[in-house]
Every structure is written in C-alpha cells, then in structure tokens.
Design a binder for this molecule. Structure first.
Ligand SMILES: Cc1cc2nc3c(=O)[nH]c(=O)nc-3n(C[C@H](O)[C@H](O)[C@H](O)COP(=O)(O)OP(=O)(O)OC[C@H]3O[C@@H](n4cnc5c(N)ncnc54)[C@H](O)[C@@H]3O)c2cc1C
Length: 504
C-alpha cells in the first residue's frame, strides 16, 4: 500500500477552479459548497435562467467528500428498506426508493443531453449475506415484496472466487467517474452564465429576503435564496446537528485484470458493511472496496482498517494486483436513514440545506439539488415531505438518543489526561493531545521535528479533537469537523481553525 492516502478519482482540471470572491455581489441564488449537491443545484437553476454563484472554501470544486466517494449510484437504501419502512412507513420507504431512482435517471439525462464523457453505465446492484446475514436477506425480501420494488433472488453473486450464498439483485443502479462528471458540470454552469469562486470560505449566513452570505475575507453575496450544500451545514440552526452523526468510512483501489470482475455494485449485510465496484483508471482497471466505518474521531487504527479491507478483498478477488490507492472520508448519518433536504428549520424561508447523505451522497446530492431547485422555483416536489429537515422522527427515537448520548460522552474528554506528557514523546510526522493544567493542546510534530501546538478545543461547539494518524488530521468526535495537522479547517461545521498556541 502506498505511504500516503489518495483518492482513485483525483483529477487535475483547471475548470474546477475559479478566482476567489473579491467584492460584494448580488445574484438570484447563492450556493455555498461545490460538491455534487451544490454544483448540481447551481446547474439546474442556471438551466432555468437564474443567475447563480457557487462559493467554495477549497482551491477547486468537487474537492470535498465528493473526491473521496466510491461513486455507486444506488437506489437501494443503505440502511435497508425493512428499517426505513419500520421507522417511516411503507409509503415513505417507497418514495425514498423512487427518489434515488429518479436521481440516477437525472444524472443519466444530464450526461446524455450535455454529452459528458464520465464512464457512466447502468449496473446491477447485489446485496449478499455476510456472517449471519441470511435472516437480514429474508427480512428484506418480505419488505421489498410488500413495497412492490423490483428485485430478484439469485443463488450467489457473480464473484469469480467465492459463492457467498443467496443474494438479491437490483436492476437500474449505476456508476460513473464523479470528477469527470462534475468538471463538466462546472463548465456548464459557467456557460449558462453562472459564476464559481473557489478559495472562498463563507463564515456566516443572514436569513431574510434577501439572504446575505459573508465570507471570511469580509465580502458578501446577497441573494434571493441561499443553499447551504457544504456536506454538513455550518450555519443553518443548531437543531440539525442533533439529527446528524459523522462517520469515517475507508476505501482502497486494487488493480485487477481487465474484465475480471463484472461491472456491478456489491455490498454485504455486515455492520459496517463492505461495498465493491470496478472503475477504469488512466492506466489500469481497479477494484474499489470500501467499509470499516466508525464514528469520526473515535478510532486511531486507520492503517489496520485499510489492511482489513485489503485482506477481505484478496480473499474474494484473489487475482487482484497491488493496492494503488487508499483513502477515507466522512458520511453523515441521520436517525431514520434518509437525508435532510429543504428549507432550513426555524422559519428560515429563503435558506435551504442539503445534508445527511446517509452514505448515498451521489444520489442524495442529486435528488437534493432537484428538490431544493424546485422549492426555489416555487414548484411542488413529491419528495419534499420525505426529506424535510424539520421533520420529527418518533420512529427513530432510540437511534437519535443513542447518537446524542454518544455525542454528550465525547465532552468527557475535557476531564481525561493527555495522551503524552510532552512533545518529546511524539514521533516526527505524528500528533497527540497534551494536558496543561485545565486545558488541552493538540500537538503535531512535523517530519523535520518542528512542533506545532494548538488548542485541542474544536471552535465549533467545544469538543476535544482527536489525532487521526491515517489522514494526519485532527478530527472532532462531536460533529465531524476536521482540521489539517497544522489546524486549518478541512471540513465543517467549524469555520475557524484550531487556535495556535504561541510559545513564550
Ligand atoms: C469513502 C467514501 C465512499 C463513499 N461512497 C459512496 C458511494 O459509493 N455512493 C454514494 O452515493 N455516496 C458515497 N459516499 C458519500 C458521498 O461521497 C458524499 O456524501 C458526497 O460526495 C457529498 O457531497 P456534497 O456535495 O454534499 O459534499 P462535498 O463534496 O463535501 O462538498 C461540500 C463542499 O462545500 C465546501 N465547503 C464546506 N464548508 C464551506 C464553507 N464554510 N464555505 C464555503 N465552502 C464550504 C467544501 O469545500 C466542499 O467542496 C462516500 C463517501 C466516502 C467518504
């Protein structure tokens, strides 16, 4: 495995970058965040003649979690239909399936209309049993049959080496190269009169009519509507954070002989589950395998997790070659397994959010873009109630309470000791938490031995960050904010970096 992490999709394309915002401007719609959710929203609204601007904190759009995806385009709900139907009822479970199917259709329609070369193809999806998974498969069959969704029972998945027992085949899923797709979408936004500013972090949004987005450098965008598509919202009311739980998920890409594995999506019934697909690289075909999820900031065995994924893959695909890429990223789970898309809670009439991807952010971001665009355009959308961010989740109360108990427990880190007593115990290239009296420092020692000391307190809501040795980042276990080894924000909801501690 290479020593540093990299996504299999990394793609340098100047079309992904735009000049930073350098003044005060006015548009019909401001979109904050240029991942699949934000770019698709801007594209759809630009197609309707709206003037749109996309503001993204990173140097290039599609450089957030979208760059770290495995890009299954699935309509089969990750949390499984039996659970969604139990919590939200049959009609909502049926609509959830339809919404993700519609999202795959929309991606295909855009690709055909705009002639985008992004390796898109329709594929089957297979759910196969992991250890003790046969009961799960049986339950799912009962629900799928009751809901009238299209599936087929098969004796085993089409793996070359391992027949894992009865599985379910779902038609009409898909796969693509997300960065090729979104690079073209960025170009199309501009072609239709839209504007993209990168290196432009937004730190505050004022709701109203119009709304105003304020950037870190003191500029503003005034717009009739603002869409916060920043993966997890940094300024859309505190209530949303009680419904969002941040998880890290891992992926590896192994070289495989061309045509060795059927182009299909595979995932098993384990918790966390494994997911598999193939993809064309520039010089090889890859088997992409993901899984090993855990709550953000609550594990430090990243290397072992990638190794377990590799061992799992080699057992089932023994002809696999070297692991050329390994990486990780975040997904945001909701208590009922469905996203939070629509008007921000708390009477913020012109402020919209797309969040809570529930591990299905490619389709979720796309259906979120369609839904939010419809709301802005004053159109009805049959999925609005399914995804309303203000919805109550009585059926998911147990999960909601468990996740929030876990969140509360993280604040106990204020009382524990440090991981090491002094920086001299930290090897070069690593970080650790050190306690100084009542406070805690996040201390990183770079490859040359220089020590960088910061407050360990997450500026979002005061969690104590944890060192992530796999990605060399500081991760907050409370709401999923992530910071570089030197404390810069890499992922919200925090909008400020870790506070540097000057040594006197
Ligand atoms: C390893 C892995 C595998 C996955 N596999 C799949 C899969 O197979 N299928 C699937 O459907 N989903 C998958 N997902 C989930 C999916 O990749 C994500 O949910 C999706 O990419 C999120 O898109 P987004 O547009 O919401 O967020 P992002 O892509 O993260 O975009 C948000 C953007 O907002 C910007 N931003 C953040 N804060 C600010 C701010 N304050 N001001 C300005 N800009 C800001 C960021 O720079 C970023 O560019 C996977 C995720 C991971 C990590």
């Amino acid at each position: 495995m290479p020593t540093t992490t990299s996504s299999v999709w990394s793609l340098d394309n100047p079309i992904r970058t735009g000049a930073p915002l350098a003044g005060n401007t006015r548009y019909d719609v401001g979109v904050i965040g240029g991942g699949i959710a934000g770019l698709t929203t801007a594209y759809l609204l630009a197609c309707e003649g709206k003037s749109v601007v996309v503001l993204d904190a990173k140097p290039a759009v599609a450089g957030g979690e979208t760059e770290f995806t495995t890009a299954h385009l699935a309509w089969v709900i990750d949390d499984r239909f039996a659970r969604v139907a139990l919590i939200r009822g049959d009609e909502t479970a049926r609509l959830a399936a339809k919404s993700h199917l519609t999202a795959i259709d929309l991606i295909e329609e855009i690709i055909k209309r705009e002639n985008i070369a992004c390796d898109f193809r329709r594929t089957d999806g297979y759910l196969f049993p992991g250890t003790d998974g046969n009961d799960i498969i049986r339950d799912e069959v009962v629900t799928l049959t009751r809901l009238g969704l299209i599936f087929e029972r098969v004796d085993h998945v089409p793996f070359p080496a391992v027949a894992t027992g009865p599985a379910l085949r779902f038609p009409d899923n898909g796969q693509f190269h997300p960065l090729k797709y979104l690079s073209d979408i960025a170009g199309l936004i501009r072609k239709k009169g839209g504007v993209i500013h990168t290196d432009t972090q937004v730190v505050k949004v004022e709701n109203g009519s119009p709304c105003v987005a304020h950037t870190k450098l003191g500029h503003t965008v005034t717009a009739g509507a603002i869409v916060i598509a920043t993966n997890t919202p940094f300024d859309a009311g505190p209530s949303l954070h009680f419904k969002l739980a941040a998880y890290v998920t891992y992926a590896i890409a192994l070289e495989v002989p061309a045509g060795h594995v059927s182009p299909a999506l595979f995932w098993d019934t384990e918790d966390p589950y494994h997911y598999v697909r193939t993809a064309h690289g520039t010089d090889a075909e890859f088997l992409i395998v993901g899984g090993e999820d855990h709550k953000t900031g609550q594990a430090q065995d990243q290397q072992e997790r990638w190794e377990r994924l590799e061992a799992w893959a080699r057992k089932r695909f023994p002809e696999s070659g070297p692991a050329r890429h390994h990486w990780s990223g975040q997904v945001f789970e909701t208590p009922d397994g469905l996203g939070l898309i629509g008007r921000a809670p708390g009477f913020r009439d012109n402020l919209y959010v797309i969040t809570g991807d529930s591990g299905m952010g490619m389709t979720h971001g796309t259906l979120g873009a369609r839904l939010v665009s419809d709301l802005i355009l004053g159109r009805t959308n049959e999925f609005a109630g399914v995804y309303s961010p203000s919805r109550w989740m009585p059926g998911a109360l147990k999960t909601l309470l468990e996740e929030n108990a876990n969140l509360a427990a993280q604040y106990g880190d204020w009382l524990t000791g440090g991981e090491v007593k002094s920086a001299s115990e930290i090897p070069n290239g690593h970080g650790a938490i050190i306690r100084h009296g009542l406070s805690k420092s996040a201390v990183y020692k770079d490859d040359k031995g220089q020590v960088h000391e910061m407050s360990a307190v997450c500026p979002h809501l005061g969690g104590i960050v944890q060192w992530n040795p796999g990605e060399k980042s500081w991760d907050c276990p409370c709401h999923g904010s992530r910071f570089s080894c030197k404390g810069d924000v890499q992922h919200g909801p925090a909008v400020e970096g870790l506070k540097a501690i000057e040594k006197t």
